[in-house]
Design a protein around this ligand. Structure first.
Ligand SMILES: Cc1ncc(COP(=O)(O)O)c(C=O)c1O
Length: 409
């Protein structure tokens, strides 16, 4: 397996160390109550979010859940293989405000930071309507605090947009992979953008350094943050409702398979944690990475986890899937995933682009290359039961038309 990964061949990996969800989750520091706590916090902020972002409709940032029958047929034809069960997409590409899965964790952590400041200073109580925090007095008070983050693009977008909206002084440290349009958009929204010629690890390191020793600065740490992780995990509560609404059972006879594009691991890790907490072993979670940036899977296969950098294996971390261009996985997520997730696979850039184009042609769903990674999953494992396959479509709505045209071409 390691040889194949080094040679940049696509691999399919079943996790040999996987244990039952119950056993793993009993030993994990976060529990179902923590996910509920995060959900309640998001509810408290709904009036404020609605004030600034009426497009959220009710101040809750959530994405559509749709069946993709034409995509399923196209996959079956292209790869000459039948898929047992139905294929759905969880359309985080359409998440409001930031157009990607990063809107879940990133916005949540900034809101939590704002709430902590407001409660500690007794500006509000938990029972108040949080909409008041949008008043100019509070924006001025928030402007005395700084927020920083390292990003390949999408996390920066979500944190930059919400922080600037609330009045914080926000700096986004961006790796070489970040697309120019994402940097331009952030500057337009009022964030400071610092650019690096190195990869994501460097952007995170510099962001962390810039905040050290400054009491009023908060660094959002994608490699270790529990708040980001919990923000992502709320997606599981929301997906449960989607499934109920669509009368989709999840049990022994009807397993759920979820294919999650993975960069540093925070987003797929948080969602897998939430799903396993709710559906236990009836859900199977698979992480997907580009062949040129397979840090999470390689870290788990070798057992080196966050101590590994893919460059030590001669892998260049250069991929069209900018959101997944990460060389070193999150420690927290590697430790949890080692026994929690069911497996994963790697995918070539050519395949990502083909999937992106097919999805657009067949279903009129617009995604970015990173988000296409999960669409191959339903073809890779043999199913004997009627399975519900969910490709997590993690981003894409904000891509300018011109850029999207280029991707299609
Ligand atoms: C579109 C998209 N999908 C998936 C991911 C993966 O998330 P994580 O880096 O938390 O694993 C990212 C990360 O930026 C992303 O932008």
């Amino acid at each position: 397996m390691i040889r194949k990964i080094k040679e940049l061949q696509p691999i399919i990996w079943d996790n040999p160390l996987k244990k039952s969800a119950k056993e793993v989750l009993e030993g994990f520091s976060l529990k179902f109550e923590d996910i509920e706590d995060a959900e309640n916090r998001l509810q408290r902020f709904a009036p404020l979010l609605y004030k600034y972002f009426p497009e959220t409709e009710d101040g809750i940032i959530e994405s559509p859940f749709v069946e993709l029958p034409a995509m399923k047929t196209a996959l079956e034809h292209t790869y000459s293989k039948k898929i047992k069960g139905r294929l759905y997409g969880k359309c985080d590409n359409q998440l409001k405000i930031a157009g990607s899965i990063k809107a879940r964790g990133g916005i949540y952590e900034v809101l939590k930071f704002a709430e902590t400041i407001a409660l500690e200073n007794q500006w509000i109580t938990e029972e108040d309507n949080y909409e008041v925090l949008g008043e100019e007095t509070y924006r001025k008070r928030f402007s005395r605090y700084k927020i920083a983050v390292g990003s390949t693009g999408n996390l920066g977008l979500s944190i930059g947009i919400i922080s600037a909206t609330l009045g914080f002084e926000v700096t986004v440290h961006m790796s070489r992979d970040a697309k120019q349009w994402k940097k331009d958009l952030l500057r337009e929204k009022g964030a400071r953008v610092v650019e690096y010629q190195e990869d994501y690890g460097k952007a995170v390191e510099e962001g962390r350094k810039a905040c050290m020793g400054d009491e009023k600065a908060h660094f959002i740490d994608d490699e270790n943050s529990k708040d980001l992780f919990l923000g992502y995990s709320v997606a599981a509560l929301r997906l449960k409702k989607d499934l109920e609404r669509n009368k989709i059972s999840v049990d022994q006879k009807h397993p759920l398979r979820v294919y999650l594009p993975c960069g540093v691991g925070g987003a797929p890790g948080g969602i897998a944690f939430g799903l396993k907490t709710i559906f236990k072993d009836f859900v199977q979670c698979y992480f997907v990475e580009p062949t040129h940036a397979p840090c999470m899977i390689l870290g788990l296969v070798t057992g080196k986890k966050e101590k590994l950098h893919i460059k030590d294996y001669g892998i260049d971390n250069i991929t069209e899937a900018d959101g997944l261009a990460v060389g070193k996985p999150s420690k927290m997520v590697s430790d949890l995933s080692e026994t929690l997730i069911d497996g994963g696979y790697t995918i070539e850039d050519e395949t990502l682009l083909l999937l992106l184009k097919t999805l657009y042609q067949r279903e009129k769903v617009k995604i970015e290359p990173s988000a296409a990674a999960g669409l191959l999953g339903p073809l890779l494992w043999e199913d004997t039961k009627e399975t519900t396959h969910i490709a997590w479509l993690t981003g894409g709505d904000l891509i300018p038309e011109k850029e999207f045209e280029k991707l299609l071409q």
